[in-house]
Design a binder for this molecule. Sequence first.
Ligand code: UDP
Ligand code: MG
Length: 324
Amino acid sequence: MKLSIVIPCYNEAAVLNDFYNEIIKIAREIPGNLEMVFVNDGSRDQTLPILKRLAEQDSRVYYLSFSRNFGKEAAMLAGLRYSRGDAVVIMDADLQHPPHLIPEMVEKFQEGYDQVVAKRSRKGEAASRTLLSKLYYKVINRLTDVDFMDGVGDFRLLSKKALKALLTLKEYNRFSKGLFSWIGFKEYVIEYENVTREAGESKWTFKSLLNYGIDGIVSFNNKPLRISIFLGLTITLFSVLYIVTMLFQVLFQGVEVPGYFTTITAILFLGGVQLIFLGIIGEYIGRIYYESKGRPNYIIDEKKMRQVEHVREKSTSRGRISHI
Ligand code: UDP
Ligand code: MG
């Protein structure tokens, strides 16, 4: 069998050599042969030169290099499109995804599983982040139809069948965690201890995590829109009841001037609710806007890659394809 490993890299110069060495070490434990598909996501450090050197030294190393930073989702998509293995493993470059799990993943693949998922514990993580994540998974699983598992990221093995299914999903706004779950297939979960980053730094900030969280919810359902209808109806019902009582008061007890509190509360509250739902609607419209433009998810600047049948080349790449 042939195994592909897809690695999105953004400013990973500090760890790439270590990462490569680790993979080489476990390569001996994997039956069949292996290829590594690195995707340089517009790094501003020495990532690309290092990848080029690795690719020169080792014919199993391939790389794609984007014209700018397009984000990890785009990098994963590109790597997956170009992978040619019977199975493909997606993993981070920073050694937070322990390579020693790969042989076990391959074993499970050979037993017939189409997705082998690595699930991490939350050891060594800030307590606040753990708490927020737990809360988030509770909410998202309530809201969406697909299953999201806490601690499960993009570190996983996909069979060719699962990969083909994944690549048929053409949406521009890609939330892979959900897409993996959406395609289904027989899944096996391997648990592992959380590892902290080897070197370099995480690209996640609180703000980007929050945005990622919102993406997850909005990508997979239209329940927020449904909630807005229900909330709107409830508030309208209460307002009508309130208006009717007020009307009776006015009719039977005369006009009461002090009403500042209720007026201001109603204005503020309704204003807030309306803004929230305007935002939610805007979110969906924004997505429709992006989808309707039909832009590619990334632009490739240069690459060392053999042509794969499931990639339709657009004439965006400057570099030539080198055949090995
Ligand atoms: N990454 C990427 N493009 C980006 C951000 C991240 O390709 O715009 C890659 C990064 O090089 C790494 C992986 O995605 O291999 C995970 O990133 P990071 O380690 O920063 O995330 P964390 O592990 O903290 O969730
Ligand atoms: Mg990391």
